[in-house]
Write a new protein. Structure first.
Lengths: 485, 247
């Protein structure tokens, strides 16, 4: 029987073969029902969205996102997916019912012991890493969305605001406001950026702060000003609110709460490691902060944010909806295969840490100052086009999506000057360039890479081939070996 | 019902064979060809016979700008190597094959989908859908919920929500994308016969109506043979060598 639940789901009713037993939760966006199905022993929940206002697309699309993402997640850190569908206009999701209360229940009773906080934080970070490895950024990590299995693993629920990096972001064209729970969302989410896994690390930082101090680091203020405060003001250090908080835990929490994602832990796995190995946490100025964030430290926070180059560039680029530009200067001369491979590896490594970057691949066709160079070779083929093809072939192994990469063949008698001019004109933030082996000539006149390194307006990475035959950290197929876990 | 969507075959027999094989293996029951069956490649006659045969079994096909140029001599606006390929193609096809091309519609509809080579707002103008602005213009010009086109040789997926805004997504090969009911969708297929996104593998997609899912696929094919045949046919060599890198 279908359709009975269309108007008002009621105990005893059924939907697509599931029997509704009792309503266990009524939220603003959805109701949760305990359901059963013949032949299934797993305790199950059915989630039904509340679609009151059909002119407001947010809730409908959000449920659609959850229907899209849940079937693609597996493992102990998510409820097991059972079914999703749309029975006569009533969309639903059925999933495993994970017993136990959410982390929210632990909040009312005041600050927890630091060791407990670290233990909870580590379990949640481990779960986050598992989620991120499955291509999903949660984007609504709050105490209410975290459960714990009896075996101890943290479990995430509610993927209505999540983002799967291999699927279109349906929420992106619906949202007009920052999405998420105000007290917990990251600065980049305030700026409506939905593509950074480190947003979840920020939210976990808020949760740990709350667990150890009993207070929220940026308050519960949902005004625009309140939301934006986290862009420039550092929170009161946890030790100023709870003297029992050890310096290493403060270091970890404040690192999670950095406005610039690049200054947080770069992965949830690294965060979990730190929480499980307090003795190995490198303490910085963050661990020492003791003053509450009064006016001056707030201004100091803003000053740090606004004046430190990369951070300011990050904030501005997000504002302009732009992304950092990485330029790689490729030498297509014959006989430079090893250097060319090394350059590719270096580019890949930089991209691993700067996923939002765009790559522009540039090569220079050196032309003569005095004679008119031919534009075609002896077979009549365009030399420019040949270089462009070779450049694309070089870049193909990087496996970057088409929208993230561009190709340019410059023509100049002075390659170094051409590269520097190009970088300046295109607001390039980082140049990667190979240095060929030394020769007497090069020592005398100076190499292209040396000129570029000396004269460029931005960071320059000069790549060399190792002197011995073996390249460390490179597998037989030429790809970098996975780092860490 | 699984529908294979194939654009820009461009007389590339090796690429089309590989895609058809992949599609049959994937349980495809219907084929839609999104224009530019010929031009650039060395096997126009084989490709036209194959597609004609499939249309007799229910496949749909629309005309592309290269197909039209073979018929009406409008290649003057094209790049030099494309012009040369059109003239060569004209000399290689039979009156029957020419008649098949002449009978192709500019667009056709089915399964709540519009199939067209370049765009929905003026199919015979051959303007590209390359940006979200173009995609919105095209989506606004049709009532169909899905638009499938080609022409660009670079795969892309655009989605439009109920507020009208359009967003772009770069599809990941082999990952099924649920085509949600609350959006309208425009898919730009990559090229079967002449990919230009730096990946030399042929690109096509499968629209699974029952699962409401679209999956882009990349299918490797014998690039060496396709390239060699182009050069041996006396076509501009660049048309062959570019296949090796997919540029």
């Amino acid at each position: 029987m279908t359709g009975s639940a269309r108007t008002a789901p009621a105990p005893g009713g059924s939907l697509d073969g599931f029997t509704l037993e009792e309503q266990v939760h009524q939220g603003g966006m959805a109701t949760l029902w305990r359901v059963t199905r013949e032949g299934t022993d797993l305790p199950m929940l059915m989630k039904l969205p509340q679609l009151r206002d059909l002119d407001e697309p947010g809730p409908i699309v959000s449920f659609e996102v959850e229907q899209m993402i849940m079937p693609r997640l597996a493992g102990p850190h998510v409820p097991r997916f059972v079914a999703a569908g749309d029975a006569d206009g009533q969309p639903y999701i059925v999933m495993e019912r994970v017993p136990g209360a959410s982390l929210e229940a632990r909040l009312g009773s005041g600050p927890l012991e630091p060791e407990q906080v670290a233990g909870i934080g580590a379990r949640v970070a481990t779960a986050l890493h598992d989620l991120h490895r499955q291509h999903v950024i949660h984007l609504d990590v709050t105490p209410g969305n975290i459960l714990f299995r009896e075996s101890g693993e943290a479990v995430f629920i509610d993927f209505g605001l999540s983002r799967h990096d291999q699927l279109p972001d349906l929420m992106a064209e619906v949202i007009t406001q920052p999405m998420g729970t105000d007290a917990y969302i990251s600065p980049e989410q305030v700026l409506r950026v939905r593509s950074d896994p480190r947003s979840d690390i920020f939210s976990l930082g808020v949760i740990m702060y709350e667990l150890v101090t009993g207070e929220l680091p940026f308050g519960g203020d949902s005004s625009q000003a309140g939301l934006r405060r986290r862009l420039y003001a550092a929170p009161d250090p946890p030790r100023s609110l709870n003297a029992d908080c050890p310096d290493w835990l403060q270091e970890i929490i404040l690192r999670c709460l950095e406005a610039d994602p690049a200054r947080r832990f770069s992965s949830a796995a690294q965060l979990a490691f730190a929480l499980q190995n307090p003795g190995q946490v490198v303490l910085t100025e963050r661990a020492e902060r003791s003053e509450r964030a009064g006016f001056f430290s707030a201004v100091g926070g803003w000053m740090r944010y606004a004046t430190s180059g990369p951070v300011a560039a990050w904030a501005v680029s997000r504002h302009l909806d732009a992304v950092p530009i990485l330029m790689v200067a490729v030498d297509l001369s014959p006989g430079e295969d090893a250097l060319s491979q090394e350059l590719r590896l270096a580019t890949q490594r930089i991209f691993l840490s700067e996923k939002s970057a765009r790559l522009t691949c540039v090569t220079v066709r050196k032309t003569s100052l005095v004679t008119l160079d031919p534009a075609v070779d002896e077979n009549g083929e365009s030399l420019h086009m040949q270089q462009l093809t070779a450049l694309k072939r070089w870049a193909h192994a990087l496996e970057l999506p088409a929208g993230k990469i561009s190709f340019h063949v410059l023509e100049s008698p002075d390659p170094a000057a051409a590269l520097v001019d190009y970088a300046r004109a295109n607001e390039v933030e980082h140049i990667v360039i190979g240095a060929r082996g030394s020769s007497t000539m090069r020592r005398l006149i100076g190499s292209v890479s040396a000129h570029v390194a000396a004269e460029s307006p931005c960071t320059v990475t000069v790549v060399r081939t190792p002197e011995t035959g073996q390249t460390p950290g490179v597998a037989a197929d030429g790809r970098p070996e996975p780092q860490g876990a | 019902m699984r529908i294979a969507l194939l654009a820009d075959v461009h007389a590339n027999r090796e690429a089309l064979e590989a895609c058809l094989h992949h599609a049959r293996f994937s349980g495809v029951e219907r084929y839609v060809f999104l224009g530019d069956l010929v031009g650039y490649g060395a096997d126009p006659a084989w490709v036209l016979d194959t597609v004609l045969d499939l249309t007799r079994q229910g496949a749909l096909a629309v005309i592309g700008n290269h197909d039209a140029a073979v018929l009406d001599g409008a290649e003057r606006t094209m790049r030099e190597d494309a012009q040369a390929a059109i003239a060569w193609t004209r000399s290689r096809i039979t009156p029957g094959q020419r008649e098949f091309l002449a009978g192709l519609p500019r667009s056709c509809e089915g399964a709540d989908s519009l199939y067209v080579h370049a765009n929905a707002w003026k199919p015979e103008g051959w303007e590209y859908v390359a940006t979200t602005t173009d995609a919105r213009r095209s989506l606004d010009a049709t009532l169909s919920r899905f638009t499938f086109c080609g022409h660009l040789h670079v795969p892309a997926l655009f989605h439009q929500g109920s507020l009208g805004r359009v967003a772009h997504f770069a599809p990941v090969a082999g990952v099924g994308i649920p085509l949600g009911a609350h959006h309208r969708w425009l898919a730009v297929l990559g090229a079967v016969g002449q990919p230009r996104d730096g990946n030399p593998a042929a690109c096509y997609a499968i629209h699974d109506l029952a699962r409401r899912q679209l999956t882009f696929h990349r299918v490797p094919f014998d690039v060496g043979t396709a390239s060699r045949k182009i050069i041996e046919a006396g076509l501009p060599a660049w048309l062959g060598t570019r296949l090796e890198t997919g540029v």
